[in-house]
Design a protein around this ligand. Structure first.
Ligand code: FES
Ligand SMILES: [Fe+2]
Length: 394
């Protein structure tokens, strides 16, 4: 274990590594302390695989998503050659941020808005105007490039030198979701806005991964389709965790008859948590996720998007209203927790069985920040349904 530079860090390490039986909420101060935030940026966001965007969302040549990760301006861009790259979004001349944050498209070149130094969409330096007698070393002025790996089209960036590949880190996960055939999810969809939440990034993640709050926070929305009572654990540990739940079947008996050999596993959703930034809900038709990016110790950006086997119309008003409604419910509750956590006297309580996935996340945090041990991989009895050949549990 590494040395902790403050009593708060020692307490963080201690509480976060506890197994479910002994697990408590983290000390509230770790959701607002700036030193802790800096440590999390260094040890996690700058030194771990972090989910950013799917290939399906930047499908065309020149499509990009620009963002800031732990203070680092970055752009993930699909070049003329069809490949996606993670490039530094900072001009090599005098440091101007090149592309506006968010989604966009470049035609072949990236041109700096300051003195028009120009880079190819692969990040190579192409030229600069009015350079006089000065010779600019092209090699030395290319945009920096970062490690990028894809899992079923989901792109994860690593700002440091990875000691483990993304696919190694996610080893085993595909066994539980093979029936859902992610390879068929060719269409990307997303909401246009990046939502700013007045909440620490860990709150947004914890909230997204546990199904314990559905019956209360989402009484009129999610609870009507994915009830808390029908949620269960599947498998996982600190590196990734799967929970699931039975969806309320609203289809008619005629539809059921048509479905015929539809395997039982498709009556369930799978919630996939890959810290630090990805929580997705997988059904037989789509994978919808939220992506969380820290802004500072008390604010984060939450983005929702997904991939599907059919083209999802962004015009579908009913669906959009439903998603907007539960998203707003999550934002409101997380911001409310953040306000509660302003307290310096109150302390957090015991975590319950349904919060096992939150405990896995806490162990991930403690492991990356303080090198503490993590609990063994677990598999719940329900996992058999997902592992079975037929998807009917046999
Ligand atoms: S800072 Fe980019 S061209 Fe000068
Ligand atoms: Fe929620």
């Amino acid at each position: 274990m590494t040395k902790h530079s403050s009593p708060l860090m020692a307490e963080y390490a201690n509480v976060a590594q506890a197994p479910i039986e002994e697990a408590y909420s983290l000390p509230f101060a770790v959701y607002k302390d700036e030193d802790i935030h800096d440590l999390e940026m260094e040890k996690i966001f700058k030194n771990e695989w972090v989910f950013i965007v799917s290939e399906q969302e930047i499908n065309h040549t020149g499509d990009y998503f620009a963002f800031t990760l732990a203070g680092e301006p970055i752009v993930i861009l699909r070049g003329q050659d069809g490949a996606v790259r993670a490039l530094s979004n900072v001009c090599r001349h005098r440091g101007t941020m090149l592309l506006d944050e968010g989604f966009g498209n470049v035609e072949k070149n990236i041109v700096c808005p300051y003195h028009a130094w120009t880079y190819s969409d692969e990040g190579t330096f192409k030229g600069a105007p009015f350079t006089g007698n000065v010779n600019i070393d092209k090699q030395a002025h290319c945009l920096l490039q970062f490690h990028l790996e894809s899992w079923h089209g989901m792109l994860f960036i690593h700002l440091g030198e990875p000691t483990n590949s993304l696919l190694n880190r996610l080893e085993g996960i595909d066994d539980y979701i093979h029936h859902f055939e992610l390879a068929k999810f060719e269409h990307g969809y997303r909401s246009d806005k990046l939502e700013h939440w007045d909440a620490n990034w860990k709150l947004a993640m914890e909230n997204a991964m546990e199904s314990y709050h559905l019956f209360k926070v989402h009484k009129a929305t999610l609870e009507t389709v994915t009830p808390t009572r029908q949620a269960f654990d599947i498998a996982g540990y600190a590196e990734w965790a799967l929970t699931g739940g039975e969806m309320k079947d609203t289809s008619s008996s005629l539809t059921k008859w048509f479905r015929g050999s539809y395997p039982k596993v498709f009556d369930n959703y799978v919630l996939i948590s890959i810290p630090p930034s990805f929580v997705g809900i997988l059904t037989s038709e789509s994978l919808s996720w939220i992506q969380v990016l820290p802004v500072d110790s008390e604010r984060c950006i939450v983005r929702s998007a997904g991939i599907s086997n059919v083209k999802v119309s962004t015009e579908d008003k009913a669906e959009k209203a439903f998603v907007d409604a539960f998203f707003a419910e999550d934002k409101a509750i997380c911001e409310r927790v953040q306000r509660g956590m302003a307290s310096t006297r109150a302390r957090g309580g015991k975590l319950v069985t349904m919060e096992k996935v939150v405990v896995d996340f806490h162990q991930f945090l403690a492991n990356r920040l303080f090198n503490t041990p993590i609990s063994d991989f677990y598999e719940a009895p329900k996992a058999q349904l997902f592992l079975s050949e037929s998807g009917n549990g046999e």
